[in-house]
Design a protein. Structure first.
Length: 259
């Protein structure tokens, strides 16, 4: 059974520069490092506050490599069964279950109704640690996908991946649907003209005050950008971007789920 929304996977051009941004500016901490010899890929898991992202860097990227978010990942306690169930339901089977390239656990990939690559992982190693304190960032708020077919996406994540729908994100209510596994939240933002083919809209961090956060990050040379999929929830909102253009929303509202 699928039981956790685990991370966004981000393909980066310059690993040193990306680590400088995530560790030096956002206070991220490395919780896992690995290497895939077959593809020459460095893999680094970072924890930001209480959420995870994965950085993937190839020393010799293939022609046409696309940098930025490449997938969203979930944990399963029975990878083979979940993969078969989703494939039998008609969802694209993108990669059959196999041992992960790092040798840690097993993985598979399926496609969601809007074209997102969804990684299913089964492993004994728990990478997430206790929440990491930061003077600006209070918590990881949500991951966001741009959904051109919201009902189909809602059905996939709710019924296929066993996510619960937050009361404020129920169908028929204003704003984007919000689903969760525990405290990890997924937003299905409506696709906008500026989204293009990128279905990975952004991830969001909760801060004490957006204006203070923007000022603090500007001291590091990080400027605000125009968000393509503004958050559905009320409160102050701004957006910054990582070195590969991945949008990071800053929100100053109450936590979506209680501590």
């Amino acid at each position: 059974m699928i039981y956790e929304l685990n991370h966004f996977g981000i393909v980066v051009q310059d690993l040193k520069r990306s680590l400088s941004f995530y560790e030096g500016v956002l206070g991220a901490r490395k919780v896992f490092e690995g290497f895939v010899p077959e593809s020459g890929t460095d893999i680094v898991y970072l924890q930001i506050a209480d959420g995870l992202i994965e950085l993937l860097h190839r020393s010799q990227p293939p022609a046409g490599e696309r940098f930025g978010v490449s997938h969203i990942a979930f944990l399963s306690d029975d990878l083979a069964a979940d993969y078969r169930r989703l494939a039998a339901a008609g969802h694209p089977a993108l990669m059959d279950p196999k041992v992960a390239g790092t040798g840690v656990g097993r993985l598979a990939f399926v496609g969601d109704p809007n074209g997102a690559r969804v990684e299913l992982l089964q492993r004994d190693l728990r990478m997430r640690q206790e929440p990491i304190g930061h003077p600006i960032i209070r918590s990881f708020d949500h991951y966001s996908l741009a959904a051109s077919d919201t009902p189909a996406a809602l059905g996939f994540y709710r019924d296929g991946l066993h996510m619960d729908v937050l009361a404020r994100g129920q169908e028929g209510e204003p704003g984007a649907p919000l689903l969760h596994h525990g405290k990890d939240v997924l937003e299905l933002a409506p696709a906008s003209p500026g989204t293009g083919t990128n279905v990975y809209a952004h991830f969001a961090l909760r801060v004490g005050d957006v204006e203070t956060a923007v000022t603090a990050f500007a001291r590091h040379g990080v400027e605000t950008v125009v968000g393509t999929c503004p958050s559905a929830a009320p409160g102050g909102v701004a957006a910054i971007a990582d070195p590969d253009g991945v949008q990071i929303e800053l929100v100053d509202r109450a936590a979506l789920l209680p501590a």
